[in-house]
Design a protein around this ligand. Structure first.
Ligand SMILES: [Zn+2]
Length: 592
């Protein structure tokens, strides 16, 4: 090859996705994403760090470790020869580069794997370096960010490499106990022992677009099963559909997503430590809302659950009495604002988190971190839709066990990170299907109820539409339970009740009246603490005004809870639900 030909080759590279010949500088400027087809080329650890961290903030951690060939492994080459060759070709000491840095101003500890170094394999040194990085995060009380790229454990180190899965996981567990955020970013490829430990047992799992992750590799599965694999098997989008990652992120958005998640969780920790974060500067368009917030704050807020509910709904307002059956129809109106509508109108900066980590992502439950008047919260709600297509896609807001387990995961994450939980309840009930039963619908709901009763962070629930039986309660065991004026909350649907206790389903209107399922009725019974009045006719006639009122009610109820220590919150929440054993005595007896 001539010198000129060699230089030409260095200037150009061929896309692995579409085979386009690309000018290398242009490719690098595009973060090594093919401008023609969007293929994300693999990145070495140094380049990955350069893309993610704030310029000038990188402080590499020591990678000095004693030379290790613990089992004197030899295949066609002795293992030390392979190590030497990997070091020479990559310029790295090992298959991981560890550092501290800031990302968007947030301090983090990072471990970034490099697939070029013996396939990113997890050996004793890699395990040790990642563990030390996690320990550094614990010492400094900062989040840990892992970027994975690995074929799995390093077989040249035998069972000792297998043990690294446990060693690193133990360090992750210590961060979890300390309430420090752990995030893994799956990049292509992440397999075997890395996939089955720290790539997936972190708080949040982000998959870079196009990345593949799995325990067994596709070749092995094809050999064992003798079957062709489905299109897109183990790719990021496949993982999202099957509930295994929180989100799929394009490389150009990765840094921004990390910044948003780090900001949310840092705020939670700060608030828990007794130093509420200063709300960030809101854009001018939000000024009106802030004025609303001030008005809401000026209003005397109800104290936390220690005090019995007011027998009169709302802030001294008495809603016009509407027939219970009319209210049921109003609560089910297809134009009624949904959880995603409220996430857009009441909250800011929603970052959706997906999946139950076990095999499903239920579209009937949405959840993630968001800001309410500058304060970070975890929002979880049922999602219906306005059109038939939306309703079908969201299973009419009826959650599957995967939906309940996603909600559970997010509640626990919120508690660990010190974020309050706001739930928006709007479901006809849990999914009444065969597969839901096969997957343990009853136990999934039961676990959520149990977890919420002792969740050590403020929980505020709002029944926004239909509060259908156990599926609703799975999101509504809370310190304060609010209800929109035309929402309903019931042990069974009026139709279901009529079919069982009346001669036929046409008695649903009578059943609706008998069940006492309206907001004023439930407020009197103490099931609900406050009714949020809806504008003139109903929420769907003026969604903006409804959002405005809901926002004010959320703030007025949430802020007092933020000052209550977690142990006290849990004790009061237990008392709140203990009192239902004595019916009718609620308002007289209070909770003490
Ligand atoms: Zn391409």
């Amino acid at each position: 090859m001539t010198a000129i030909a060699r230089r030409e080759e260095q200037l150009w590279s061929r896309c692995a996705g579409c085979a386009s010949l690309l000018y290398r500088k242009r490719l690098r400027r595009n973060l090594d994403v093919c401008p023609e087809c969007g293929e994300h080329a693999r990145l070495g650890a140094p380049e990955r760090l350069r893309q993610l961290v704030d310029p000038g903030s990188l402080r590499p951690l020591s990678d000095l470790l004693p030379e290790a060939d613990p089992i004197d492994f030899v295949d066609v080459l002795p293992y030390p020869h392979r190590l030497t060759a990997a070091r020479a070709s990559t310029g790295l000491a090992e298959a991981v580069v560890c550092a501290t840095a800031t990302i968007g101003g947030h301090p983090v500890a990072l471990a970034v794997m490099d697939f070029r170094f013996l396939g990113g394999s997890l050996g004793c040194a890699v395990g040790e370096l990642i563990t030390r990085t996690a320990e550094r995060a614990l010492d400094d009380r900062i989040p840990l960010v892992l970027v994975t790229a690995s074929g799995g454990a390093r077989m040249q180190e035998g069972a000792l490499s297998l043990m690294q899965m446990a060693t690193v996981s133990q360090a992750i567990a210590a961060l979890r106990e300390a309430g420090l955020l752990t995030v893994s970013v799956l990049t292509d490829p992440t397999y075997g022992g890395v996939a089955a430990s720290f790539a997936t047992n972190t708080d949040l799992v982000l998959a870079e677009s196009g990345a593949r992750m799995g325990f067994a590799g596709p070749r092995v599965i094809r050999q064992v099963t003798g079957r062709a694999l489905p299109e897109g098997f183990q790719t990021a989008d496949f993982l999202l559909r099957h509930g295994q990652v929180d989100m799929v992120v394009q490389r150009r958005s990765l840094r921004g997503r990390l910044v948003a998640l780090l900001a949310a969780t840092r705020a939670g920790r700060a608030a828990r430590a007794g130093h509420p974060p200063v709300p960030r500067q809101e854009p001018a368009s939000r000024r009106e809302r802030l004025a609303d917030d001030d008005a809401a704050l000026a209003r005397p807020a109800g104290p936390p659950a220690a005090v019995a509910p007011s027998p009169t709904p709302g802030a001294g307002q008495t809603p016009a009495v509407r027939d219970a059956w009319d209210t049921v129809r109003m609560a089910r109106h297809p134009a009624r604002p949904t959880t995603l509508d409220y996430l857009d109108s009441v909250f800011d900066g929603f970052v959706e988190l997906h999946g139950d980590r076990l095999g499903g992502d239920c579209p009937a439950i949405v959840g993630g971190v968001a800001r309410l008047a500058g304060r970070h919260v975890m929002v979880i709600g049922h999602q219906k839709g306005h059109t038939t297509a939306e309703l079908v896609a969201r299973n009419f807001g009826m959650a599957s066990p995967a939906g309940h387990r996603k909600a559970l995961r997010l509640m626990r994450l919120a508690a660990r990170l010190g974020l309050p939980v706001v739930t928006l309840v709007d479901t006809p009930g849990a999914d009444p299907g065969v597969s839901a039963e096969e997957q343990g619908q009853a136990a999934a709901i039961a676990e959520n109820i149990l977890t919420l009763t002792v969740l050590p962070t403020p929980v505020l629930a709002v029944i926004t539409g239909e509060g259908g039986s156990g599926g609703a309660l799975a999101l509504a065991v809370a310190d304060r339970v609010l209800m929109l004026e035309n929402a309903v909350y019931s042990v069974i649907s009026p139709e279901g009740c009529a079919a069982i206790l009346w001669p036929d389903r046409s008695a649903a209107p009578q059943a609706a009246r008998a069940l006492r399922l309206t907001a004023p009725d439930l407020c009197r019974l103490g099931v609900v603490d406050e009714v949020v009045p809806e504008p003139s006719a109903a929420a769907h006639d003026d969604p903006a005004e409804t959002a405005h009122r809901l926002r004010a009610a959320l703030l007025a109820n949430l802020l007092p809870l933020l000052d209550v220590p977690p142990a006290m919150l849990v004790r009061l929440r237990r008392q709140r639900f203990r009192r239902f054993g004595t019916t009718r005595g609620v308002n007289r007896a209070g909770v003490r």
